[in-house]
Design a protein around this ligand. Structure first.
Ligand code: NAP
Length: 273
């Protein structure tokens, strides 16, 4: 019988996950399919009941359900518990187990470059769900200090508190000053949606140097303004698509129990941009 997977969220029509997973299923000759299922806020409980009824094998969870989904799980992995959010669920006879592949998905491109984060100072721009996974990732890699900057200070303070709970030194800086102090950090990570579809710069790049590692998790376009300008300063660049691909590969491996086909997924992803 065909095994069906899905991504739930709202909006969902722009999601690249169906293309990525369906390409992998086809490449490996698996009798599986992956659909996008729009679930508006307030309709999560009923939609999960429906997914169980159709015997969904597993699903990804995206905005706005990553946190709310936690209370509908029967079991969670360690990363879910730490971040307080899930993006990958396995359904075994109606029992749901949640995973969080965003943390490892974020770290994967750093590890591939053999960059050591231990004892370093990092700047995270943003204070949403992605920023939480990134802070958990940096904490796992034992960075010395995580500085958070964000449009809304109140949201940033929550992430500062979260980092401290994970045992990492942390502080808030004002968004207007973050660009000035960029040289103090080994990593500058954009975890806001600024840059999406050419929507500008999250911080000033004037002080980015060749020693900076600029990681922009926005993946549409591939070359955001932050990446373009940071490249001009000679910085090391990590692209948003690399995280997207890594977290999708990890979801695939949880569901299917075998390695995801990297090249097939990468070709599919980059072909879409
Ligand atoms: P989220 O929870 O909605 O958080 C959005 C963040 O962006 C908040 O910090 C918000 O600041 C900030 N922001 C939004 N509009 C802004 C504006 N006009 N000016 C300044 N700041 C603004 O979203 P998320 O899940 O964290 O995702 C953030 C981005 O990362 C999205 O673009 C998403 O597509 C991308 N993402 C990529 C990957 C990947 O695999 N590459 C994975 C996850 C997410 P306030 O607190 O002030 O509202």
């Amino acid at each position: 019988m065909t095994r069906t997977y899905a991504i739930i969220g709202d909006p969902i029509d722009h999601s690249l996950s169906p293309a990525l997973h369906n390409a992998s299923f086809a490449f490996l000759g698996l009798d599986c399919t992956y659909i996008a299922y729009r679930v508006p806020k307030g309709e999560l409980d009923a939609s999960i009941a429906d997914l169980k009824k159709i015997g969904i094998a597993g699903f990804n969870v995206t905005i706005p359900h990553k946190v709310d989904m936690m209370k509908l799980l029967d079991e969670t992995d360690e990363q879910c518990k730490i971040v307080g959010a899930t993006n990958t669920v396995v359904n075994t006879d109606g029992r749901l187990k949640g995973y969080n592949t965003d943390v490892e998905g974020f770290l994967d491109p750093i590890r591939k470059r053999n960059i050591d984060c231990k004892g370093t100072d990092v700047l995270v721009i943003g204070a949403g769900g992605a920023a939480r996974a990134i802070v958990a990732g940096f904490a796992k890699e034992k960075v010395r200090k995580i500085t958070i900057t964000n449009r809304t200070q109140e949201n940033a303070e929550k992430i500062v508190k979260f980092a401290k709970q994970l045992g990492v030194e942390s502080e808030y800086v004002d968004l207007a000053q973050a660009g000035d102090i960029a040289p103090s950090f080994k990593f500058v990570v954009n975890a806001t949606s600024v840059g999406l579809k050419g929507s500008g710069l999250p911080i000033s790049t004037k002080n980015i140097t060749k020693d900076s590692i600029v990681y922009d998790i926005v993946y549409m376009p591939v070359e955001t303004q932050l990446i373009e300008q940071s490249k001009e300063h000679g910085a090391t660049i990590i692209y948003g698509w690399e995280m997207l691909l890594a977290q999708a590969m990890k979801s695939f491996e949880i569901w299917i129990g075998r390695p995801a086909p990297y090249e097939a997924m990468k070709l599919t992803l980059l072909g879409r941009f």
